[in-house]
Design a binder for this molecule. Structure first.
Ligand code: HEM
Length: 418
């Protein structure tokens, strides 16, 4: 028998069907109520609103992200006709040009080649050198509003740090950060549920402008190379002579800018909210570098910024539990839900920065595991510890509300006082 459901969702345990409307505020303001019910009743379920199977269990999400029978790309093994997709839309051509060479849209062998060439810049020992710069930046930003007694923290603090860091790392001027954010925000609208024609046009225009800007900077770097990631991506690897094409460099720079700030901004905002709501003395959370690391990991687990990624079945597949997928079918892997799986985490719905029971899955797993994870971790450790150390009296000025974008789980505003 089915138990009564929360108003924002319905679950039928026997048929493993669930419905929850991604644009319904009652749902996206608190997707965890849905996740708790799923964990109790059917962590593997068919999500009617999306029209595909989804997985909320930690073990399943972790295994499927690593399962090579599923991939992010499908057009390398099936045609658009076979998929029933129809021809590509002309008015989104520029957007899809940036996607064509995106690490996130490729599978091996193209993915392996591109990832190897980009990865060197993101390994921990390399990004660790950026820590002093990030500390300086976080301090300067807080000094800018410290005397005001209150601020809207997403705009004044959470957003500028990752945007400036990734822009500088690529080799673009920090003053361009607001413009880069504008292009990037308009482009990522394409990944949302229920994209409209206007959104497509706007995302495409942002892509056209972003590409044109990068082509100009690339031309400059070819004339006068610098010590930055853009120059590094343009020259051949000294060991094997491999090189990225100009379109690959543009796709990668855009992906890094898009992926490199949105999730970090949201984790900063969600983390501040979680800490302030927990009632735990923030000073105890940042007392040592080890505790700071643990606090950031728990923020990432407790209120992840990215809640669902999809994969295509690359062949006809039957899973161990008997569930079958036809080649080309989509599945949803629910990172935000997996992080709250009671089978995996003790008191999964409790924020506990002193827990020792293992890693969250907010950065994914397998071949697409977040290339920016070491950088994001440094940014979050620095941003959160600087903020709470400089403003020990920090408190919420109003109830924070999440954006109407289920996949990108982040706050609209975060008004605080001190
Ligand atoms: C808290 C911050 C972040 C979170 C939670 C996050 C999360 C993720 C996740 C879950 C994926 C895998 C998606 C999938 O498997 O389909 C991913 C991939 C990726 N992320 Fe991040 N990310 C963050 C920050 C960053 C930063 C700072 C950068 C770059 C500077 C970055 C660059 C990338 C790239 C390039 C990929 C694609 C990797 C590939 O396909 O091989 N991310 N990220």
């Amino acid at each position: 028998m089915n138990r009564p459901s929360h108003a924002a969702f319905k679950i039928s345990t026997a048929s493993r069907l669930a419905s929850a409307r991604p644009r319904d505020a009652a749902f996206y303001q608190d997707p965890y109520a849905f996740y708790s019910a799923l964990h109790l009743r059917t962590p593997t379920f068919y999500w009617e609103d999306y029209g595909h199977w989804c997985f909320a269990g930690f073990k399943e999400v972790n295994a499927l992200l690593r399962d090579k029978r599923f991939g992010r790309e499908i057009l390398h093994v099936m045609s658009r006709e076979e998929l029933g997709w129809g021809p590509p839309k002309a008015h989104t051509a520029a957007f899809y040009l940036t996607e064509k060479h995106s690490l996130l849209a490729l599978e091996p062998p193209s993915h392996t080649r591109l990832r190897t060439l980009v990865n060197r810049a993101f390994v921990s020992r390399h990004v660790e050198q950026l820590r002093p710069r990030i500390e300086r930046l976080a301090n300067e930003i807080v000094v800018g509003f410290e005397a005001d007694g209150g601020t809207e923290l997403i705009k004044s603090f959470a957003a500028p740090i990752p945007a400036v860091v990734i822009a500088e790392m690529i080799g673009l001027p920090a003053e361009m950060a607001p413009q880069l954010l504008n292009w990037s925000n308009r482009m990522v609208q394409m990944y949302m549920y229920g994209v409209t024609h206007e959104t497509e046009l706007d995302a495409n225009q942002a892509s056209i402008d972003f590409i044109a800007y990068l082509r100009d900077v690339i031309a400059e770097r070819r004339r006068a190379p610098k010590e930055d990631l853009l120059t590094h991506m343009l020259v051949a690897d000294p060991v094997d002579g491999q090189k990225l094409s100009e379109d690959e460099v543009i796709s990668t720079a855009i992906l890094l800018l898009n992926a490199g700030h949105e999730a970090t901004v949201h984790t900063t905002g969600n983390g501040v909210k979680t800490i302030l709501e927990s009632g735990i003395d923030p000073q105890s959370l940042f007392a040592t570098p080890e505790q700071t690391e643990a606090t950031v990991e728990e923020c990432l687990r407790f209120d992840a910024p990215l809640h669902m990624f999809t994969r295509y079945a690359l062949s006809d597949i039957t899973l161990d539990d008997g569930l079958s997928f036809k080649k080309g079918e989509t599945i949803g892997l629910m990172l935000g839900a997996a992080n709250r799986d009671p089978v995996r985490f003790k008191d999964a719905n409790r924020f506990d920065p002193f827990r020792t029971d293992g890693q969250n899955i907010s950065f994914g797993a397998g071949i697409h595991f977040c290339i920016g994870a070491p950088l994001a971790r440094i940014e979050l450790q620095t941003a959160l510890s600087t903020l709470f150390k400089r403003l020990p009296g920090l408190r919420l000025a109003s109830e924070p509300r999440y954006n109407n974008v289920y996949h990108f789980h982040g706050l609209e505003r975060l008004d605080v006082t001190w």
